[in-house]
Design a protein around this ligand. Structure first.
Ligand SMILES: Nc1ncnc2c1ncn2[C@@H]1O[C@H](COP(=O)(O)OP(=O)(O)OP(=O)(O)O)[C@@H](O)[C@H]1O
Length: 214
């Protein structure tokens, strides 16, 4: 098996005097999809934001390629693509303008490649429509088009199946499988019954009420 990209060692997170999780150890290995599962409030979004470097309310260690995350911050952030549970797109911009804005901070991507990515998520014919005029599922597809032009090996996706129809779900499942087959890794929170071949699982919070700190 390949060496882990990302490792969590003894992670603990407490919120408002409730322990969301503790003693959490796992490895994210190239070529895998990992599902983070658990009831509402179990801490799935919180965990994903910790992994993305967006939340430092935790104890324990995160290792990127075997080194402490803090010493590898720049390399780590360059290699990770995080999509939050909201589509995170600007309603006044078109799908094409949103993709330009989302990719500009990373690397140049041609309009042709962006149009192909939008086609890949079923948005052909919607390149120039302001996103506020798109449906919830179409807005989600704009955000997911980012994955089709991603070169980041680690994807952290929070509820990416939200608002997708059956074809959208199947397309995203295939995208995750293709990403893993090409040596990438994805960590996905979802309430959708995701069960991909070889999928790993991180299960949080048997009880939505969480534990009381001792
Ligand atoms: N910034 C914050 N400050 C205080 N508490 C927070 C904060 N963010 C989240 N929480 C609390 O942490 C708990 C876990 O929230 P989180 O969003 O991670 O759960 P989740 O498993 O993703 O839930 P869902 O399935 O409903 O999306 C919740 O009880 C929430 O109120």
């Amino acid at each position: 098996m390949s060496s882990p990209m990302l490792q969590a060692v003894d992670l603990q997170c407490e919120r408002d005097d409730r322990i969301l999780f503790r003693g959490l150890d796992f490895s994210i290995v190239p070529g895998t999809v990992t599902r983070v599962e658990g009831p509402n409030g179990a801490g799935k979004t919180t965990l994903l934001r910790i992994l993305a470097g967006l939340n430092d309310h935790f104890s324990g260690e995160l290792l990127w390629l075997g080194e402490r995350w803090q010493s590898q911050r720049e390399a780590f952030l360059r290699n990770l693509l995080y999509l939050g549970h909201r589509p995170g797109i600007k309603p006044l911009l078109t799908p094409l303008e949103n993709l330009r804005a989302l990719t500009a901070v990373r690397r140049p991507v041609s309009d042709q490649a962006m149009k192909q990515a939008l086609d890949g998520t079923g948005l052909q014919g919607y390149y120039d429509v302001p996103c506020r005029n798109l449906s919830a599922g179409q807005q989600r597809r704009v955000a997911l088009a980012r994955l089709l032009i991603a070169d980041e090996p680690l994807w952290l996706l929070d509820e990416p199946f939200t608002a997708l129809d059956r074809h959208g779900v199947a397309g995203l499942e295939q995208l995750l499988l293709d990403h893993a087959a090409s040596g990438g890794a994805a960590v996905v929170t979802t309430h959708h019954e995701l069960a991909l071949p070889g999928m790993a699982r991180i299960t949080l919070g048997a009880s939505p009420a969480g534990e009381t700190p001792s």
